[in-house]
Structures are given as C-alpha cells and as structure tokens.
Ligand binder design. Structure first.
Ligand code: CP
Length: 306
C-alpha cells in the first residue's frame, strides 16, 4: 500500500505527474466530478486546521466522493485514551483513504504501519507537511513556469515550521535551487535537516537575519508564522513573534516577478496591504491545495486498487 508520509516518499517524476494531473483537473473540472463516486475519505485531525482539512474534504466532494472524520482529538475516542494505531485500524473499516494530522512527529508513519487504507500525512508536529509541499510546488510551477533555477527565501520560524522542512527537502531535488534562510538564530532550520539535505555539498544555502538584505535577489519568498503551539516558553514566543513583518515598503526593492507564498494561517508576518500586490500568491496557493489534493487522492486510490 502506498502512503504519503514524507515528501521524499514521492520521486520527482511522481511529483511532476501529480502536478500535471492537478493542472488537468483545474482545466477540466467536470471530467473528474464522478471519479470517486462511492468512495470515502476520512479526515482524522488531532490538531486544528482550516485549509488542510477543508481542502481535503472539498477535494473529495469535487471528485464525487464522501467524507467523514473528526476535527479535534477531543471529539474522538482519543480523548478516552484510544491509540493512533487502533484508531486508524478501525477507521480503515469505514473509509477508503485517510488524511491524518497529529501533533506528535511520526504519528502518521505509525498509522501507515497499522492501517488497511492509504494514509496521507496532513502534518505531524514540527516534522513534515507533504501535501502543503505539493500545494507549494504546484503554486511555484504555475506562477514561475518552472521548479528549477530559483532563488528561494524561507523566512520566519524555520525551526518548528514543518511546511518549510518539507519544501526544502522536496525542492532540493530540482536543479540550480539556491536557498536563503531568513530567521533569528533561535529559529534556524534544525540540524537534522541540514545534515539530510545540505551535508553532501550538492546544494548550499545562506543564513541571514533580515529580509532587506536579500529581497532584491529572490524569485520566491516563502513567509511563515512563528509556531506558537510548538514553543515551550510563552515569553520566547512573544519576543520572536513579530521579528519579520513583510509590508509594501520592504517590497519596493523586490523583483517585479517575485512570488510571495505563505502556507497560512498568517498572524502578523505579512501586512494585509500586501494582499493587493499581484506578487502575493498565498490565496491562490490555498486554492491550489484543493486541486493537488484531488490529484493525490486519485493517485493513491488507484495505486491501492480501490
Ligand atoms: N497550511 C495549513 O496547514 O493550514 P491549516 O493549519 O489551516 O490546515
């Protein structure tokens, strides 16, 4: 059974095919409207979500399928102490495919070992968020026309931000990608990721502290919020939360074809005045998330013979 737990579970060729399928879905919505008739997606969200859960559910509905699930651990038997393993074993009896978010890193991986249905990691702690990465890749490809030869600035909470971790891993396989990490020292990318992605020397990155010093070089600026829920200490969160605020003044030096992405939710890190700038892609990005999840559901169900 094929699951999607880590962005590296997919080869570059598989990713490119998924993005092609998402493009085709966008261009031919009606063609796909009955592809999942009679099929069910379960969304098991042990942690809050707006975009990921609702875009998965909208995706399955637009494919003609049905959805069931829960949106917090409090409203499931996890609140009574049921294990993740037992939960997914049982839900496999009710659904053909499962999208799962959990605050503990590795929980979807454990679920994949126990479930009798394909498991999609919809975010595990500060670790990975592979379907956000598919969303980001589709957005970059649609906005820039390519996934190679790009200078990408990742800004904000690079320590706890799982979307950045997954994006860096996935993009590291495309040619001539240059990363510029923009973060305070306390929120730099974790050592394990540096080891995993950059240690062989094929790919390098710069680490800087301000947006201003690099904004004119960027093709893509990937903003992230400071992840309050992953901090051990509220005082540290308050000290760091407004380190970066992108506004129209900062964008004056940026390239005319810069693409500004953000996985959302946004807190303060992008001023709302930026929303009217054509370079702001984050709401188009949220929409792309639905289409790429439609493509993923189709692919995993097909591979599972369902
Ligand atoms: N981007 C993202 O994962 O958003 P949600 O937390 O709202 O799902």
């Amino acid at each position: 059974m094929k699951h999607l737990i880590d962005p590296m579970d997919l080869t570059v060729e598989e990713i490119d095919k998924l993005l092609d399928l998402a493009d085709d879905i966008i261009a031919n919505r009606e063609k796909y409207s009955k592809k999942c008739e009679g099929k069910k997606l379960a969304t098991l969200f042990f942690e809050p979500s707006t975009r990921t859960r609702l875009s998965f559910e909208a995706a399955m509905m637009e494919l003609g399928g049905n959805v069931l699930g829960f949106s917090s651990s409090d409203s499931s038997s996890a609140a009574k102490g049921e294990s993740v393993a037992d939960t997914v074993k049982v839900v496999s009896c009710y659904a053909d495919i499962i999208a799962m978010r959990h605050p503990k890193e590795g929980a979807p991986c454990l679920a994949a070992m126990k479930a009798d249905a394909p498991i999609i990691n919809a975010g595990d702690g500060g670790h990975n968020h592979p379907t956000q990465t598919l969303t980001d890749l589709l957005t970059i490809r649609r906005e820039k026309g390519r996934l190679d030869n790009l200078t990408i600035g990742c800004c904000g909470d690079l320590k706890f931000g799982r979307t950045v971790h997954s994006l860096i891993k996935a993009m590291s396989r495309y040619a001539n990608i240059h990363f510029i990490m923009i973060s305070p020292q306390e929120l730099e990318i974790p050592d394990y990721l540096v080891e995993e992605v950059f240690s062989d020397g094929k790919l390098n990155y710069e680490q800087v502290r301000t947006i201003d010093e690099v904004i004119d070089r960027l093709d893509v600026l990937y903003m992230t919020r400071v992840q309050r829920e992953r901090f051990f200490n509220e005082a540290d969160y308050i000290r760091l939360k407004d380190t970066y605020i992108l506004d129209t003044k900062k964008l004056k030096k940026a390239k005319p074809d810069l693409s500004i992405l953000h996985p959302l939710p946004r807190v303060n890190e992008i001023s709302v005045e930026v929303d009217d700038d054509p370079r702001a892609c984050y709401f188009r990005q949220a929409l792309n998330g639905k289409y790429v999840r439609m493509a993923l559901i189709l692919k995993l169900l097909e591979e599972a013979g369902k």
